[in-house]
Design a protein around this ligand. Structure first.
Ligand code: ZN
Length: 237
């Protein structure tokens, strides 16, 4: 059964009038399971880790079509990943049902500085009988701001704001030099807050392996299954 992001991608493709051309416009054949050119397919390396938390991706229109979208990787690792396309004038009733489902404790993940302070939380506090559900806006930053502002159904949810110390520790650990975190990195930080450590680490290691395959395919270089990225992912099995 294809995962939520894969299904959203298929639905989005079916709706498009012209074929979507990945950046670079190359005609190389991509694997349907991992979106990487078949020569560099990483489907055999896809990890799955049981988690207490779930992830709900609200995706800007074009995101499911991008072969580099990392929401896909979250859906690979976390079985309870839900994905919805975002539109200003329409909300999927299944999304509203999910947010209202008493088995979940939903949080919108967004920078607290843009939100009324009384809505902001910085920790994931376990609630009896509920599992944390992280609502992630999978979009560019300007799109994410618009989505946050124009989705009244998110207004009553607590806003989980990742803290500067947590972000800088994360950057240090991952030797990241830029400020931008991609969606799977944000998910990894959220999983860590929820106590799903192994899933958090696995998602990070898997992102590195994905990036490795993606870039090597782009530059037509072979894959080294024994390099540091692959070893790290293997060690987490
Ligand atoms: Zn593949």
């Amino acid at each position: 059964m294809p995962h939520a992001v894969s299904r959203l991608r298929a639905a989005r493709l079916a709706r498009s009038v012209k074929p979507f051309l990945a950046r670079g416009g190359s005609r190389v054949e991509r694997c349907a399971g991992c979106r990487v050119p078949v020569s560099h397919c990483l489907c055999a390396l896809r990890p799955a880790v049981p988690t207490r938390a779930g992830v709900c991706l609200l995706m800007a229109d074009i995101e499911p079509l991008k072969p580099s979208n990392t929401g896909w990787l979250i859906a690979d690792v976390v079985a309870d990943t839900f994905a919805f396309g975002w539109a200003r004038t329409f909300v999927d009733p299944a999304l509203l049902a999910l947010l209202a489902d008493p088995k979940w404790q939903p949080y919108v993940v967004f920078p607290g500085e843009f939100v009324a302070p009384e809505r902001v939380v910085t920790d994931v506090v376990p609630v009896d009988g509920k599992r944390p559900l992280f609502v992630l806006l999978d979009a560019t930053w300007p799109e994410a701001r618009k989505m946050f502002r124009k989705s009244p159904y998110l207004d009553q949810l607590p806003v989980l704001s990742l803290q500067p110390e947590q972000l800088s520790r994360y950057r240090l650990r991952r030797s990241k030099h830029d400020d931008h975190l991609c969606t799977s990195e944000v998910a990894s930080l959220c999983l860590e807050l929820a106590g799903d450590q192994r899933a958090a680490q696995t998602l990070d290691a898997y992102l590195d392996v994905f990036t490795n395959h993606y870039l090597n395919a782009k530059h037509q270089r072979p894959i080294d299954l024994d390099d540091a990225a692959h070893q790290r992912l293997r060690a987490l099995r």
